[in-house]
Write a protein of this length. Sequence first.
Length: 121
Amino acid sequence: MSGYRVGRVSEDIRREITAVIRTLEDPRVSGRILTVVRVEVSSDLSFAKVYVSSVNGIDEAKQAVKGLESATGLIRREVGGRLRLRKTPELKFIADDSVEQGIEIFKKIENFGMRDENDED
């Protein structure tokens, strides 16, 4: 039963962090297309790893992580207030390039499909 709670809390935290990121005014974060890919919460709900990705590449995600790390206190307070958890987990932001990889795979599949159509003609 505890695995279900951890999964539910991690999804709730992911959703709320995404909403808070949209309101941040840090130039390293605002104006960028960021995605919170996943949140891994420890079994006792005291720590959370937040994986952040950017459409424009890993370098932009790393810059955004620096901005998010400086706003960790604000983000943690907002998440704790919105979710009303007994103890809000400590947040650790990690740059991830999975969105960029997904876009590259999609482009390869799209190009492969176009090549097949040209071969049929």
